[in-house]
Design a binder for this molecule. Structure first.
Ligand code: 8YV
Length: 309
């Protein structure tokens, strides 16, 4: 008998094929559908942003494992998982480079005005209308990083190669050679031209980037977020972009995905992505294989590959 699992977010066809071969995979979405299968479900595969709603977790009496296809655990109630003895796994390591690349991509797009210039060529305006405004030089711009974990450090390595001086803040000084630790976030923002958010989501980091931080970044400053929308006070961000007290924002994540406020969608000061920092063929395969490997280990009674709980 194949164990029954619930797939809460689509994965690559190659990965879903492996899941279908080993499990009875339910792709139920509505509460009514869930009700019918709730008693069968022993495992869940889900995305980092999607997680597992607590109401879903509570309905699954025989849930043994949640395999997250990502590194964020903020959308899963880890305390409840611990209390119920439910294992939780993530996909660390394999997505670090892609997420850092996305941060640099957003940074370059914004500072050099790539989307507007791309539209200019595409629209056939080259030769007939004046070109878009000049961009800004990337090298020499001061980069501040909020959250100097694996992703933050990978961003720092890239930024250094672009000739950007790097400072960071985190819960503690990581004594990293070449990168200045600034304990206070508004102070870091004040001394940065670009602030990259690479901190984990969750209650502890909610709205860390508030109006005070955005004001400290200033009218020539740029915010990049490849972490979680919840780390930034989105209403304050819209206000700062609208009144020009912040120069621009490059965002891969939002507070209420997939909803993106009009103020961000219509702003000429933003470059936006639909939560795609880890979305490459290579990385999503590696992530998916970790999900498959963790589920297989669990149901074979073997040690999990990358457990969190
Ligand atoms: C993925 C993520 O886009 O790692 C995470 O926590 O949010 C992203 O890498 C996501 O997990 C896939 O849905």
């Amino acid at each position: 008998m194949k164990p029954d699992i619930l797939l809460l977010e689509p994965m690559m066809p190659e990965i879903e094929k492996q899941l279908d071969a080993a499990y009875t995979v339910h792709r139920a979405a509505t509460p009514g559908q869930l009700e019918k299968i709730a008693g069968l479900i022993r495992g869940i595969a889900t995305g980092g942003g999607t997680g597992v709603p607590r109401a879903v977790m509570d309905r699954l009496p025989h849930l043994e494992i949640i395999a997250i296809n990502g590194i964020g655990t903020d959308a899963v109630d880890l305390n409840e998982a611990r209390r119920r003895g439910i294992h939780v796994t993530t996909t660390p390591g394999v997505l670090t480079d892609d997420v850092a690349d996305m941060a640099m991509g957003l940074l370059l797009s914004l500072l050099r005005g790539l989307p507007a210039a791309d539209r200019y060529v595409r629209d056939g305006a080259w030769g007939s209308s004046p070109p878009p405004p000049l961009g800004h030089r990337v090298s020499g711009r001061r980069l501040g990083i909020l959250g100097m974990g694996h992703v933050g450090q990978a961003v720092a390595t890239r930024a250094r190669a672009f000739g950007m001086p790097v400072s960071y803040t985190d819960r503690r000084d990581k004594a990293l050679p070449g990168y200045a630790f600034v304990p206070d976030l508004p102070a870091l923002a004040h001394h940065s031209d670009v602030l990259v958010v690479a901190a984990s989501g969750g209650a502890g980091s909610r709205h860390l980037v508030n109006r005070q931080v955005l004001d400290a970044l200033g009218p020539d400053g740029v915010l990049i977020n490849v972490a979680r929308g919840s780390v930034v006070d989105e209403a304050a961000l819209v206000a700062a972009l609208t009144d020009g007290t912040l120069g621009g924002a490059g965002l891969d994540v939002f507070e209420h995905e997939p909803d993106v406020p009009d103020g961000l969608r219509t702003s000429p000061r933003t470059v936006l992505q639909p939560h795609r920092a880890s979305a490459t063929v290579e990385t999503r395969l590696a992530m998916g294989n970790l999900v498959v490997g963790n589920l297989a280990a669990h149901f074979a009674g073997q040690p999990l590959l990358t457990p969190v709980v």
